[in-house]
Design a protein around this ligand. Sequence first.
Ligand code: MN
Length: 148
Amino acid sequence: MNMSLEDYKKKRDFKKTSEPKGEDNLKNKERFVIQEHWASNHHFDFRLEMEGVLKSWAVPKGLSGEEGIKRLAIQTEDHPVNYINFSGKIPEGQYGAGKVEIFDKGKFELLEKTKRKITIFLNGNTIKGEYVLIKIKEPNQWLIFKIK
Ligand code: MN
């Protein structure tokens, strides 16, 4: 069990939400998903399949398809890999209550990864191109934008 999923599990009551319980899955297929989430604040959840989990960021305005348009991305708890196919309604009273729909998904290529910078090529149906995530502030504030 990947320790990084502990936060994910702590926040959810799997008797009430239909979200996947999930385990870590080390067969990395280099997939990504963007889930549109109508929670108390509407946002987009950007998730990259990495290190046996989905590394996750909440992007209030979503990724821009235009080069250089920077969007705030708040890193959230790692999610299990099988969350990549999740859509549905998280019930009232549960963490993240509200509708979740898949906005885009596809494969990505990891071009560079350091503690504060991740460069990827995204090949989704809508979102395509080279993007960079840069950590701007501890503990969880990043920017994401298209560079090519
Ligand atoms: Mn969300």
